[in-house]
Design a protein around this ligand. Structure first.
Ligand code: KMH
Ligand code: ZN
Length: 271
């Protein structure tokens, strides 16, 4: 089986220090979390940034500062900025990190409920706008799909020539408002992808490690981190992102999946 690419979603936009004091806001905290995740085995850091008070931002300057600071201590790691940002941000605001020409960044492939009254808006026009901008800037999209219709949306972009194959997907399951995170859900999603795709699975909340185990057995890659889950196990908060990555590495050792270095990940993802 191919080596396992572990992505650490270290910060997110919705989680706060009230939920887990280790959630990073400042550049210094973000770097510390990126390093803990990378040292534990993460080849990829999925990055959201905040202002020092914790407010999520897609500010280009803040991303630049965070990315340079992470690279100073983890020069090899792949940094995968968010273009999802936080619920309610405009397309223009969300697209700012693409101007920095990261190797890869998220492209969210459809609209869904996002808990309570929140709606995470990604209309067809936005999908086209994001895909065009990423193509123009030479940024590989990680296609975020929260349910099967979003895979269909991504394939429409591909047919229009707005995406280059092989495609890379992140199958995010267990979002409050989208598809659940059972093994059957993951199998259905993976079987709906073009055969030459690469993919990663992300289980939200209590689904994180169960879904990671299923994905590893299926030959996929895995994302963990504070954006998705704050707990090492029920009732026990993770002290840092590294602890969450370590737990995946332990599972990978049992399941005989070797861990990809950033260089391996670049090869596998065609970066
Ligand atoms: N914060 C969510 C609204 C992404 O990074 O592209 C969207 C999100 C997805 O986190
Ligand atoms: Zn994200």
């Amino acid at each position: 089986m191919k080596k396992l690419i572990i992505t650490a979603a270290i910060s997110g936009a919705e989680v706060t220090k009230e939920m887990n004091p280790a959630v990073p806001y400042t550049i210094e905290e973000i770097v510390k979390e990126a390093k803990s995740a990378h040292d534990a085995g993460a080849a990829v850091i999925h990055l959201h940034v905040r202002w020092d008070d914790g407010t999520p931002t897609q500010d280009k300057g803040r991303f630049k500062e965070a990315m340079e600071a992470i690279k100073a201590v983890c020069p090899e790691v792949i940094i995968l900025p968010s273009t999802g940002g936080a619920v309610g941000m405009s397309a223009e605001e969300r697209l700012q990190p693409i101007d920095l020409k990261p190797e890869i960044a998220t492209l969210d492939c459809g609209t869904c409920n996002f808990g309570g009254d929140d709606i995470f808006v990604n209309t067809e026009k936005m999908n086209i706008q994001f895909a065009k901008k990423m193509k123009e800037m030479g940024v590989k999209p990680e296609l975020e799909v929260f349910e099967k219709g979003m895979i269909d949306n991504a394939l429409k972009l591909y047919k229009k020539g707005l995406l280059d194959g092989p495609l890379h997907f992140n199958i995010v399951l267990g979002v409050n408002g989208a598809m659940s995170a059972t093994p059957r859900d993951l199998v259905y999603m993976v079987e709906s992808l073009p055969k030459d795709s690469t993919w990663c699975a992300t289980g939200i909340g209590k689904n994180e490690f169960d879904l990671a185990a299923v994905a590893m057995v299926m030959g996929g890659n895995v994302r963990v981190g504070f954006e998705d889950n704050l707990y090492l196990e029920k009732g026990i908060l993770a002290k840092n992102n590294g602890e969450l990555v370590e737990k995946v590495v332990q599972l990978a050792n049992i399941l005989k999946r070797d861990i990809a270095t950033p260089a391996d990940a670049r090869r596998i993802l065609g970066l």
